[in-house]
Write a protein that binds this ligand. Structure first.
Ligand SMILES: *Cc1c(COP(=O)(O)O)cnc(C)c1O
Length: 393
């Protein structure tokens, strides 16, 4: 008999930062008090710092999709033409949302595991000079691919369209220079690299987007960003916020400020790179080799093996929760997360588990080859580091 510790290794929800977990227990706080207003104002200010933007940042009590919906209802009018760059399940969510609100949608689609190229967008923008918005995922969590939002932003900047970026797994895993790149709306979610449970979404909003909101006519009520902005200035949210999550978020933002956003990003990028090296050492095929995300690495199951079996074995044999593929990718790929509160020991364990599982399924993997690859990667980057990351609390 052996113990199994639960380990959450999915691209959302992710492991919770210990200081945040503790802070969330203090949730007996009323949101219309000066104490809470002070906390809320400091959270909003810290979010701006951590995201590195001069744009307004608002917090919504909703999962990430709520903020995606808000960006549509607040910025567009019925029948507006928009361009959606989609490379996976979350891109398809943009298409569905835009259709649900009666927008005229031009879809630029990349096959799963690839990304929409900036030059495709350049052509679409020149063919649709009346486009009012461009939507994309910075990191497409369903496939583990990233988009070049910098190059895309430079193109959209030259037009009247708003550039709306689902960065829910992009924040904290890739550089996002919101202001210089012209990212008009950037959306984040609490349960990804920000290390707290699901229930909060963040939206940064550029002056160009605020100007659009003055004339946008789609109906909205709960997610009314102009009203939210007015309230946020006073340290209030329009409705009862998820107070416990705000308490947790305040702690995480302190942590990320101490660590620096850049190092949080580097951490995810190193873990992702080490995972790719391990996959290679185990003769496993990457699903998005050309544009890999640092938020999550998608790996194809060996031929003849359902990835659902691998996912199930992780849970049953070790208590580890990893992600299967979504939609058509279910059964084909499994996904290993790196965003937020993950470290190298997590990855050593995970790759060791993977090797045992594959061996148990009869795949010809040399035990230890993947772990060794991760160890060697670690040795290569850790030794030169002069200022190691502070311990977590
Ligand atoms: C998690 C995620 C979302 C939001 O999903 P919710 O379940 O609403 O939080 C959106 N886009 C991407 C890329 C995501 O990873």
């Amino acid at each position: 008999m052996h113990l199994k510790k639960p380990r959450l290794m999915t691209p959302g929800p992710t492991p919770i930062h210990p200081a945040a977990l503790q802070a969330m227990l203090g949730a007996e706080i009323h949101h219309r008090t000066q104490d809470f207003r002070n906390l809320y104002l400091s959270v909003l200010a810290d979010l701006k710092t951590v995201l590195g933007t001069a744009n307004d940042v608002l917090v919504l009590t909703a999962s990430g999709t709520g903020a995606m919906e808000a960006s549509i209802t607040n910025c567009f009018s019925p029948g507006d033409k928009v361009i959606v760059c989609t490379a996976g399940k979350f891109g398809e969510r943009w298409v569905e949302l835009a259709h649900a609100y009666g927008l005229e949608v031009n879809v630029l689609q990349a096959p799963y595991g690839q990304a929409v190229a900036p030059h495709q967008l350049e052509i679409a923008l020149s063919q649709n000079p009346d486009a009012k918005g461009v939507f994309v995922q910075a990191s497409e969590s369903s496939t583990g691919a990233v988009h070049d939002v910098h190059a895309m932003g430079e193109l959209v900047k030259l037009t009247d369209a708003l550039f709306i970026v689902d960065a829910i797994t992009g924040v904290g895993t890739m550089p996002l220079e919101i202001d210089p790149w012209g990212l008009d709306i950037v959306i984040g979610g609490s349960q990804k690299a920000l290390m707290i449970p699901p229930g909060l979404a963040f939206v940064s909003i550029s002056p160009k987007a605020w100007a659009r909101m003055q004339t946008a006519r789609l109906p909205r009520y709960y997610f009314d960003l102009l009203r939210e902005k007015k309230n946020a200035a006073k340290g209030e949210s329009s409705w009862t916020p998820a107070t416990s999550l705000i308490l947790g978020l305040a702690e995480v933002l302190k942590y990320v400020k101490t660590l620096s956003m850049q190092r949080l990003i580097e951490n995810a990028q190193h873990l992702a790179a080490a995972t790719r090296v391990a996959a290679k050492a185990l003769n496993l095929e990457l699903f998005a080799p050309d544009c890999p995300s640092a938020a999550v690495t998608s790996i194809r199951a060996p031929a003849g093996l359902d990835s659902g079996v691998i996912v199930k074995e992780f849970r049953q044999r070790f208590g580890s929760v990893i992600a299967n593929g979504q939609g058509e990718m279910q059964g084909q790929i499994f996904r290993i997360a790196h965003l937020g509160y993950f470290d190298f020991p997590d990855l050593f364990a995970l790759i060791a588990e993977l090797e045992l599982i594959l061996e148990g399924q009869g795949a010809l993997v040399p035990l230890g080859a993947g772990v060794r690859a991760v160890q060697e990667y670690y040795a290569g980057i850790a030794l030169p580091e002069k200022n190691p990351a502070p311990a977590h609390v």
